[in-house]
Design a binder for this molecule. Sequence first.
Ligand code: F6P
Length: 820
Amino acid sequence: MHFFRLRLVAALLLGITLISIASTYFDVLAHKHTLRSDLARRTQWLAAGLQPQIEQQLTMGAKMDWPAMLRALRLHSDQPAMAMFDTGGKLLASTGDDALPWQALPAGLLKRALMLNKEEGAFVRIPDALGEAGENSGSASNSRNNGTSSIRSWYEDAIPLRNGAQTVAVLLLMTDAEYIHTEGTEVWRRSFLRILAMVVLVVVVTLFMVRWFLQKPVVRAADWLRRLRHGEADVEEGASEFGYLVPLAKEVASLAENLTHARLAAETEARLRDRGEHVWTADRLAVHVSERLGSDRLLVVSNREPYMHVRHGRGTECIVPPSGLVTAIEPILQACDGTWVAHGSGSEDALFVDQHDRLRVPPDERRYTLRRVWLSPEEEAEYYEGFCNEGLWPLCHIAHTRPIFRASDWSCYKSVNARFAEVLFEEMRGMNHPVVFVQDYHFALLPRMIKQVRPDARVAIFWHIPWPNAETFGICPWQAELIDGLLGADLIGFHLQAHCNNFLETVDRVLEARTDWEHFSVRRNGHHSVVRPYPISVAWDEQKSAAEPFRSDDAAVDVNERNLLLAKIGNSTTEEYACAINRTSESALAVDSLHRELGIEGKRLLLGVDRLDYTKGIVERLLAIENLFQRYPWYLEQIVFVQIASPSRTRIPSYARLRLQVKETVERINHRYALSHWKPIILIERQCSHCEVERFYRAADLCLVTSLHDGMNLVAKEYLAARNDGDGMLVLSHFTGAARELRDALLVNPYDTEQVSEAIHSGLRMSPAERRLRMQRMRQRVKEHNVYRWASDILTDLCAVQIEDELLAVSLNRAHRKLA
Ligand code: F6P
């Protein structure tokens, strides 16, 4: 810093001095120019006055007494010295400065005036020896040189004098111009003093600014970086340390975050190794997948995009849509990079892509590429709302909403699948053996379309919703085409074995294909598709989990109590437990603050988090809450049920009806039981960010997942993953895929209102020890079967798929012929 200051001062000194010298130089030039013009004008003006007087005398023909005439004309001592010359350059007379050696003056100006026959003027420098004579001259009195200068400046003005048409003499006026030089020197002297004062001032102010605005933030930032390196500071705190250097702060903060992340990841790995645990983490997945993929790149395709740009007030906001699929796939892409192709459905999406409709996401980290595909409003209506969500969605979910199949929707579904295929081919250009991971029922035809053009691609499709039995699927008029499209994939994934069974049965019934029940695969037209269950899950943050002082592993359950509890779990308990929530002080504060925001201090919080979808059993859940108050009125004023309902597919009539039904039911129950200071149900009908929902998860004494039918349901797993304090309880529908794994949840039939209310009652009065034990086991399951493991299982199986050479050659030939 010291050296920096020295250099800064030196640079400032040099810079300011040079600039000031240059500016003074031009000032002096301008000033001299003005003085010289002024002097020349004055002399010429005087000469112009004298000339007619002399010429008049000449015309009168009198014999001229030149010395007398000049004396008569020179009225004042401060007028210029004058001399008269004949046309041969001979001095006739002079006045005003007798000592001026008029004869020795350079003759150039006289000659020029005579030759051109007009007045001529010029500045001349005359050696002081000549000029000293002028000391006595009144004309030079106001600009006396004190004798130090050896040369003196003069302005000489020569005017030809005529008698009639003939030039008979020349009048020469000499004005002392030395004062111009003296004034220039004076300006330089004043400027020097000004420059000196300015340099001192600028240096002092700059040093002061450097100290306050540069040195202090730099020292603070350096201190923060040092503490961060030693793990004593956190990343958020850093931005404030940088003060006004915000852009730099952002970059350094993200660098620091990466370093912190890398260090924590290394610690996590070491801890897991030490405990002999094989838990999948984002970092393990990244390494694993990149080893499997080698130079190949991962392409993911889904209808829903992970980031949507939407209008927000006057600006734009980037949101993550409420989607289980996004929750699951996002961590994989973040871990492995690659390209995610999806429908650009945000109102402002087009403003954020490059000329190839691509952008890097997440917006702050840019870890993978999102390629947006545009759909017209008609396509959205027919493909997405129509065929996908009024047809396939109710077809595959047994929730008693009748599927609607329209030929126009089907034809649009086909063309949108083909559009996505084209985009994928563009993204695959230049790639050998691309790996494509297709998502969900929106793209059943895509695997076949991809293979027809790129038989070298490895293609997997994961069906995120249930696959119903063969009879039910047979309701769809285009079941054969859908199944044929799916069988283009090398790997077809479902959540559950039961869905795989249903799928194989449907294939058996609908198509000419060889189903192999032993290895769960289908062979059709020489192509081989493997069908496997991969129960999807959520990201598990081992670092957060380990950072929590009260960990599930440390749950205060001793071995005997644990065995007793294990024997008891499954039977309903009758004792009333004091269910004081034993939280860490940090999480207790967070919970208190949420309770205060909601105005429910001191109450126990029950939570539901869903998209507003008829498969989620929201109305049935509300009825179960009502039933709870009927049967156990002491819960009145003691509990509050918060339902977060994100609007979904709002243009579809069945969804619009559901929304009304939910609102009416909430209002009716609230009307029935609410008191002035308490209401039993709070409905939050908007999309909440992941962070917001996490606060609710951490505060909820009980989470209710009562879907009528659900492929997996990730809310149940998210709730468990969020409960680092090891507390809470889950009421879970039998008809979710999650129920197959989370056997320690309070499992219910959502249609059985009394059973659900009874489960809520059991959950609320369950002993802390039992709660913790159940939560511990469920959390362990989610931890071990997290989404990184899910992704690794699918991608490992997909990368292991043998693309049979012979078959590939035949298909490639066919594909090339088609293209030709
Ligand atoms: O479960 C199927 C699914 O596509 C999920 O990925 C997601 O939770 C939900 O449907 C989202 O639906 P949409 O994309 O239509 O809003």
